[in-house]
Design a protein around this ligand. Structure first.
Ligand code: MGD
Ligand code: MGD
Ligand code: SF4
Ligand code: MO
Length: 886
């Protein structure tokens, strides 16, 4: 791309699928802005999207193929992979090999992977991290609609009068949609109800928050169905014309009385009735749901309990109405379209239907189409462990860290005779276990399509050359397929693959299958290049795509009617006990993405929350002897982790929350999936990632330290450490359990020996076992270490800013004390990562009269770019007002 040139593409993070414009700077960097024409975001971006330009560093990139850790080339790597897979299949049959892929692949990559495995190798042992993410929604959709169809569109969130968010931290996980909802609320007074066991940034927008007991959503929505029937809110015409099974579903819903629901959910019956009334009386309701629903041993039932209420009221596929499963990854939806899940065939066809198997086999000219569904993720890794799967290829996901029972999964991968990993980096735990490591092109380099939560297909376009010898995933898979001797993989460009995918969706379809891209099957190369975002189905009847489905019925069951599914409340698969009395919930934070391979590269994004934490209710903190800032050991029947205590009444009593992001290489001690067990939903196979019985205790640490350094410190020897990038180096939190009398022995290696005349070291000890030590080179700060027997209290954001700066005598005193002088007040923890505005600055502005989120924006710019921090600013406003009222 030439300086000044722009390319339109899409964001590689969440399932909102925002349009992005990448512009080449004169200095070789890339400037990112929101695409005003993209219908997902109309120009908006969240903090992660805005910081995409920070993630092009080659620091951690995998640049060449590696075999057993040695640099290699593509020719040798392809031979190895093709031979490894062919020989295993020959000796042990097709089911002895497996692919584990990801919603972060493009549709074209995904299509080829699925075709290779199901059509040519002849096994359906290809599953995806979407099993951990969307599988319950897929299963719930298929039970209700006969197809995996999301009926509505984003616009519905703006046209609804009530939006119910169930198990979704919308503000942090789908920030641009959250902003669209917040704007609609301001414009038309949309009511927002949040159903989540804990208070989150999302509950800031809510008119009502129902902190139900974890796992009790089926009881809540069954109660709603009963209430709708009692209050005459049923749309009898819709129910009788377009659905089946209403009476039985209603009967099982009514089996639990209102007081029974109140008991099962621990919600106040008055609040319950208020929610039910709001739902019953409001026609335009959208119910958005995500991982608090899906990641459960009753996830599929939760999905159907929600859909039942929308079918009963006929509120589906109409303006401002519908159940809305929001996807997590950028291409979770595309993966479902190509049949990336082990129990699906391509193009939304199913193994159970012999005609579908026949259609796919003829279309692909597949010699060996898999006859039955393959293994779902948890079972798949069990078979790796038991040795039945002997060759495994992992693409664009990090199962050694993100699967439940991660340590077991990791040991299983380690023991697997042949492991191939395709990734953009070699720093992940899974990559470290690969025999053959293949460098894939990443975002900005690769080219293809993705589908977002509202079925909208958009192009991801390349605008920089691939780093090193990296190649697109579709090409890597095709080359291996060709070397395994299969025909049908001579693709030269993604457009060809897309046309084939579209043609398969249209093949002998005639309106019998929801997924239909017949209108795109003859797209020219130029048409593909210029493709503008479009919602499927795209057919002759709907050339411009389809915004909504099912308002007039037309479901994809045999009878064309939707099914009510009768569901009953069941408690989660595991129980708390005296040994493990608390429930561990896990999820996301605003500025990190999964195992941090991309977002961890950005200093801006790392400034929001820089270490792993465990959120504990104050009463639980008291009974388990935990104070803010303690290092806490969280232990389950599977293992234990360490994280910093965050004590807050936003967490409900009896539950704790740990974010999923910290794993190797940023904080290996805090990998939450080391704790989570592998219970799954019996229908979808999705693991119960939100409900693990645990206990917590204060981990005895003899000292704590905070440090900033201009080079990456090696902290591997400490029991607790968390590393984060800063603008001019690194920051870290460390704790040790060895006794110390002064500067912790293990940290000494961080400071250079001071050989050079330019290096000066200065230090301070407080006589109580704490102190600080600094180093400057040529007058500029290169290292600062603070230690103390207690959690270290210093002005972290300010210290991070001092790194690399010239220090005079006066500032050195301030540095040693870890406190900014009065002339340079400490910003406090960063809230707005776009303008690097901290909590202290915001509260000061509030005391000086800024009395609204917008007024804070005027004073400090905070919240005026991407807006992702607006709910946290709102929260500070409440806290500040409360303090002032006291
Ligand atoms: N910043 C950021 N955004 C992301 C991602 C990221 O890594 N970082 N990842 C993306 C991906 S892949 C996904 S899947 C999505 C996930 O998006 P979300 O599903 O919104 O995120 P989570 O934090 O996993 O969980 C959502 C909420 O479910 C609640 N919950 C737990 N148990 C229950 C329950 O029993 N009932 C109910 N009703 N709620 C419960 C949790 O308290 C939590 O607040 O986010 C996407 N967006
Ligand atoms: N306890 C608990 N566990 C969870 C969850 C939870 O809420 N709680 N959530 C689950 C969910 S919903 C999800 S989606 C998963 C996410 O878990 P993972 O999929 O394991 O997470 P990522 O860190 O995003 O892994 C993606 C990998 O793909 C690489 N990559 C990026 N782009 C490309 C590319 O173009 N090609 C290739 N080949 N590689 C690429 C990245 O470097 C990274 O290593 O975690 C699941 N695990
Ligand atoms: S909401 Fe943020 S992370 Fe999600 S697609 Fe849009 S810019 Fe990317
Ligand atoms: Mo996900």
């Amino acid at each position: 791309m030439l300086a000044g040139a722009t390319v339109k593409t899409t964001c590689p993070y969440c399932g909102v699928g925002c349009g992005v414009i990448a512009r080449q700077n004169d200095d070789g960097g890339v400037e990112i802005s929101g695409d005003p024409d993209h219908p997902a975001n109309f120009g908006r971006l969240c903090s992660k999207g805005s910081a995409l330009g920070d993630t092009f560093s080659l620091d951690d990139r995998l640049l060449t193929p590696r075999i057993h850790g040695q640099m290699s080339d593509w020719n040798e790597a392809f031979d190895r992979v093709a031979r490894g897979f062919s020989e295993t299949v020959r000796a042990h049959g097709p089911d002895s090999v497996a692919l584990y892929v990801s919603g972060q692949l493009l549709t074209e990559d995904y299509y080829v992977a699925n075709k290779l495995m199901k059509g040519f190798i002849g096994s359906a042992n290809i599953d995806t991290n979407s099993r951990l993410c969307m599988a319950s929604s897929v299963a719930g959709h298929k039970r209700a609609f006969g197809s995996d169809t999301v009926p509505g569109a984003y616009k519905d969130l703006e046209e609804a009068d009530l939006v119910v968010l169930v198990g979704s931290n919308f503000a942090w996980c789908h920030p641009v949609l959250f902003q669209r909802l917040a704007a609609a609320k301001q414009d038309r007074g949309t009511r927002v109800i949040v159903i989540d066991p804990r208070e989150t940034a999302t509950t800031e927008l809510a008119d009502m928050h129902l902190p139900l007991d974890p796992g009790s959503d089926v009881a809540l929505f069954n109660g709603l169905l009963g209430y709708l029937a009692e209050t005459g809110a049923i749309d009898h015409a819709f129910v009788s014309n377009h659905t089946e099974g209403f009476d039985i579903a209603l009967e099982s819903a009514k089996a639990m009385s209102l007081s029974g629901v109140a008991e099962a959910t621990s919600l106040d019956p008055i609040r319950l009735t208020q929610f039910y009334r709001a739902f019953s009386e409001t026609k335009k309701v959208v119910t958005v749901y995500s991982q608090g629903v899906n990641q459960s041993s009753v996830g599929t039932d939760k999905v159907n309990a929600i859909i039942n209420c929308h079918l009963a009221t006929g509120r589906i596929g109409r303006e401002g109405m519908g159940p809305f499963s929001i996807t997590g990854q950028p291409n979770a939806m595309g993966g479902r379209e190509v049949g990336g899940l082990a129990n699906q065939l391509a193009a939304h066809m199913s193994f159970e239907d012999p005609d579908h198997r026949d259609i796919v086999a003829r279309f692909w000219e597949a010699p060996n189409l898999a006859a039955a569904p393959g293994l779902k993720a948890v079972d798949l890794f069990d078979r790796v462990e038991s040795g039945q799967i002997k060759a495994l290829w992992v693409m664009a996901t990090n199962p050694a860290a993100s699967m439940p029972d991660a340590d077991r999964v990791s040991a299983a991968i380690k023991a697997c005779p042949f492991v191939v990993v395709s990734d953009v980096t070699d720093t992940t735990k899974t990559a470290s276990l690969a025999h053959v490591l293949l460098p894939a092109m990443g975002w900005g380099e690769k080219d293809g399509t993705v589908t977002n939560s509202e079925r909208r297909i958009s192009r991801q376009r390349s605008f920089v050359a691939g780093a090193g010898s990296s190649k697109p995933d579709w090409w890597i898979i095709s080359q291996v397929a060709l070397r395994m001797g299969f025909t049908g993989f001579s693709y030269e460009k993604p457009a060809e693959i897309f046309r084939e995918h579209a043609a398969l969706s249209a093949f002998e379809n005639d309106g019998t299958r929801d997924f239909d891209l017949s209108g795109l099957k003859s797209l020219s190369d130029i048409g593909y290049e210029e493709l503008t975002p479009v919602q499927w189905p795209v057919s002759e009847k709907a050339e411009q795509g389809t915004q909504r489905l099912f308002d007039q019925g037309g479901f994809f069951t045999k009878t064309k009617k939707a099914n009510f599914v009768s569901v009953v409340h069941k408690p989660p698969a595991s129980n708390t006990s005296t040994q493990y009395p608390l429930v561990l919930n896990s999820g996301r934070i605003r500025d990190q993405w999964h195992t941090m391979t991309r977002t961890g590269q950005s200093a801006r994004l790392s400034s929001h929350i820089a270490e792993p934490f465990v959120e504990v209710h104050p009463d639980d903190a008291l009974s388990f002897g935990i104070a803010v800032g303690d290092v806490v050991r969280v232990a389950s029947a599977r293992g234990s982790i360490l994280a910093k205590a965050s004590v807050t009444a936003r967490q409900s009593r009896g539950t704790v929350f740990v974010p999923i992001h910290w794993t190797a290489p940023y904080a290996p001690c805090a990998e939450v999936d080391a704790l989570v067990g592998s219970n799954t939903d019996p229908i979808s196979g999705q693991p119960e990632l939100k409900y693990t019985p645990v206990r917590i205790e204060r981990a005895v640490m003899r000292w704590h330290a905070f440090l900033v350094s201009d080079c990456k410190p090696d902290l591997a020897s400490f029991p607790y450490w968390a590393l984060a990038r800063t603008k001019s180096g690194w920051r870290a939190e460390v704790a040790g359990d060895d006794p110390i009398s002064s500067f912790p022995e293990g940290l000494k290696g961080l400071l250079s020996n001071g050989q050079s005349a330019e290096v000066e070291t200065f230090f301070y000890e407080d006589g109580l076992g704490g102190g600080s030590r600094m180093q400057c080179n040529a007058g500029k700060l290169t290292h600062a270490v603070f230690w103390s027997p207690k959690p270290v209290e210093v002005a972290r954001a300010w210290l991070v800013d001092q790194l690399g700066r010239e220090q005079d005598l006066k500032s050195r005193y301030a540095l040693l004390a870890g406190r900014a002088g009065a002339d340079q007040p400490d910003k406090g923890a960063i809230v707005c990562s776009c303008f690097e505005v901290g909590a202290n600055q915001i509260t000061r502005a509030m005391r000086d009269g800024a009395d609204s989120i917008d007024a804070v924006g005027v004073a400090l710019n905070a919240g005026t770019n991407c807006g992702s921090c607006r709910s946290e600013i709102g929260r500070l406003l409440v806290v500040t007002e409360m303090k002032e009222a006291v």
